[in-house]
Design a protein around this ligand. Structure first.
Ligand code: GDP
Length: 451
């Protein structure tokens, strides 16, 4: 847990790169004691923002630690806005622990807690909360599309959009409050009308932004693809083929997958979460029924339902499977290597994608179909997209308040001003510009130490 308040003279340090053996490890120090720490370990303070080679030794006993690159970023031109020092040392565990121990022994220095560097950057106005979240997303990004989204957000696209709405609402609020505070001043009634129109315009912008089908949030999580079908059609085999490793148990006995097994996949830069589910068939085995219940729940919330059928029996299938073959389902007929004739269409002329997991025939077409499904549901182009439920909830609150404010002629100006204030507060919360304490821990808790 983060301390709610920092002593301003605290100097923090942490390993900023990954743990374990590596070519280079980076240890970062931030706070008023950073420069002195560098001076004591390296014997001098290099010129600002220029990498310099230095021999580091522990000031306590003179013991050599490493031959390293050191960087000195005096405040405020640093990541945190404080004095910052970076030690780029050789990434051996003994080097890192020697350096960290030497730093810990210096007076006024202490190890950083999760997200503390970024939190200081936020508190010193280096980035808003959407920027801090973008950093967390960038560190967590596993596919190219996730990386692009995080980078866009880090460059300030979301912060600028929300900040723009907030600033416009603050102006509208000022006009409304002027009408309340100076009722005798005979303020131009057009001002009030203009204020209302502005609020309605922002409400429309927010509503459009919210109606994005959850693209940004889904891109962070990965597109949820459920593999569904009767037992023994090859669901586990398909998952293993796609995952390139034995993630699910494949067996000849029907009904072996009784839980939901997931693998993550990077398809053309899009993140997919594939889930293998229990086979759907009539059964009275309690464990199997529980597996089927989970499969049904998974089917319910999946973004894409991949229905696997046996090419030889298609279009016949258990009613539970047929019920899932809606227009948006991706139907795949497996085991075409065992099919004697051509694949038939069903009564409505529907022809599944042909596949043989055994021979990999049809796999490129299936991957292309999945990639297309991902692009359709995740691609937001260049537009700034909502990436977190936290943003969505705040914007929904702002929208509801604005809709109340915009009911023409009915709302008393005082109530209308309160609505606008609530909308300003809600949007400000996304950026961290008001009432932030309660959400700070949530945001920075996502970081690991050293970020
Ligand atoms: P699940 O119950 O739907 O998960 O099915 P499994 O993946 O366990 O597969 C059932 C059986 O079908 C296994 O013996 C697989 O080796 C076999 N199988 C899976 N896909 C194919 C295929 O494309 N062709 C052939 N000939 N056999 C397959």
């Amino acid at each position: 847990m983060l301390p709610a308040m920092h002593a301003p003279d605290d100097t923090i340090f942490a390993l900023a790169s990954g743990r374990g053996r590596a070519g280079v490890a980076v240890v970062r120090v931030s706070g008023p004691g950073a420069g002195a720490a560098l001076q004591q370990l390296a014997g001098r303070l290099p010129p600002p923002r220029l990498a310099q080679l230095a021999r580091l030794s522990d000031p306590a006993d003179g013991e050599a630690i490493d031959q390293a690159l050191v960087l000195w970023f005096p405040a405020p031109a640093s990541f945190t806005g404080e004095d910052v020092v970076e030690f780029h040392v050789h990434g051996g565990p003994a080097v890192v622990s020697g350096l960290v121990l030497a730093l810990a022994r210096l007076p006024g220095l202490r190890p950083a807690v999760e997200g503390e560097f970024t939190r200081r950057a936020f508190e010193n106005g280096k980035l808003d909360l959407t920027g801090a979240e973008a950093l967390a997303d960038l560190v967590a990004a596993e596919t190219a599309a996730q990386r692009r989204q995080a980078l866009r957000q880090l460059s300030g696209t979301l912060g600028t959009l929300y900040g723009g709405w907030r600033d416009r609402l603050v102006r509208t609020l000022a006009h409304t409050e002027a009408a309340i505070d100076f009722p005798d001043e005979d303020l131009d009634p057009r001002l009030e009308r203009a204020a209302l129109e502005a609020a309605a315009g922002i409400a429309a912008d927010i509503a459009r932004h919210l109606a994005d089908g959850g693209r940004g949030e889904r891109l962070r999580e990965g597109l949820d693809v459920a593999i569904l079908g009767a037992p023994n059609v090859g669901k586990s085999s398909l998952l293993n083929l796609l995952a390139g490793r034995d993630a699910a148990i494949v067996a000849e006995v029907a009904g072996t997958t009784r839980d939901v097994i997931e693998v993550q996949l990077d398809l053309g830069g899009w993140p997919l979460v594939l889930a293998d589910t229990a086979g759907l068939r009539a059964s009275d085995d309690v464990v199997e029924l529980e597996g089927m219940r989970r499969a049904a729940a998974r089917a319910e919330r999946a973004d894409v339902r991949l229905i696997l059928v046996d090419a030889r029996t298609w279009p016949e299938m258990p009613p539970a499977v047929a019920a899932l073959c809606g227009a948006d389902a991706l139907i795949v007929a497996n085991k075409i290597d065992l099919l004697a004739g051509p694949l038939r269409a069903d009564a409505s002329g529907r022809l599944p994608l042909p596949l043989s997991v055994t021979s990999s025939e049809g796999l490129p077409a299936l991957l292309a179909a999945l990639e297309q499904a991902a692009a359709e549901r995740l691609d937001a182009g260049q537009a700034p997209v909502l990436t977190r439920t936290r943003h969505r909830l705040a914007l929904e609150e702002a929208l509801a308040a604005l809709e109340r404010a915009c009911v023409p002629g009915v709302r008393a100006p005082e109530l209308r001003a309160e609505d606008l204030r609530q909308a300003v507060r809600a949007i400000g919360r996304i950026l961290g510009r008001v009432d932030v304490e309660d959400i700070l821990d949530v945001v920075f808790g996502e970081f690991c130490i050293g970020k």
